[in-house]
Design a protein around this ligand. Sequence first.
Ligand SMILES: Nc1ncnc2c1ncn2[C@@H]1O[C@H](COP(=O)(O)OP(=O)(O)OP(=O)(O)O)[C@@H](O)[C@H]1O
Ligand SMILES: [Mg+2]
Length: 299
Amino acid sequence: MRMTVCCLLGVEVLLKIVTRWKKAKYETLTRLVSCGTQFRMAFLPRAGRLGQPMSAESMPIPVAAFSGVFSARGVRKVYHTGEVDVVALHGVDLDLGAGELVVLLGISGSGKSTLLNILGGLDLPTAGRLVYRGWPLDGAEEQTLTLFRRNCVGFVFQFYNLIPSLTARENVALITGISRDPMSPEEALEMVGLKARMDHFPSQLSGGEQQRVAIARAIAKRPEVLLCDEPTGALDVTTGIQVLEAIERINRELGTLTVVITHNAVMAEMADRVLYLSDGRIVRERRNETRRAASSLEW
Ligand SMILES: Nc1ncnc2c1ncn2[C@@H]1O[C@H](COP(=O)(O)OP(=O)(O)OP(=O)(O)O)[C@@H](O)[C@H]1O
Ligand SMILES: [Mg+2]
């Protein structure tokens, strides 16, 4: 009897220790995975700790002295589907700096979305190094990637994925409700020129307006990075340009590092830098002397 009681007490103490350790670990992650100076100060000396050990393939690839936001070296992605292996990225080297507006151009199947998903922590590279502010994302644990996505990255896709039964304001509030230091839904909708329409439901808004609500939702948490996968793909020229104007304003006023995927070469004019992807490789890079205003683009 005494033995059983001792065992039960022992198990309880052990459980308490494990629970406290898990809580402490989560709190440390939450504290570390914040963007900006605090993140850099807290994380840089510990780079490598949060991710799993590097794979053998990624080990020998050196990461250059890092001053930007993202640094990718030899990033490869292979999709294993049944018997077939599809190599979507063949060793991408890339540096992205704070506040840049980068357009990613390439034909269908060239690996644009794959690269964007890896940058945004939605997917992991098969090999290579990917570092965000000194923090290795390759091989990172799912919990770490979740915090990275939640705190540091806003996504905009071709389709808006708004909840039809919620107004524009409520769609944005869904995100501000779980963010650390969000702007108000009203402020976010004002940034995309939709303050007057915030109590309208998606069905009462045009495609371009819905996309701007999706952009407001993406930036309301003040992410350091905004990743847009063909944000104007489903829109006509006029509404497409309004969407690009919203993206341009966010990049300029909030200093958000912005990456925009497109098939449309005209959009390259509004970028600081254009990266051309072909067959899973960056085959060319162009830096624009000046950026053209989105409002002046036509196609
Ligand atoms: N989940 C997957 N499983 C298997 N293969 C995939 C998967 N996702 C992408 N691929 C393949 O990887 C390659 C790159 O695809 P990706 O979607 O990155 O191209 P993309 O440049 O974004 O094309 P698009 O302009 O048509 O969107 C393609 O050959 C594609 O078929
Ligand atoms: Mg794509």
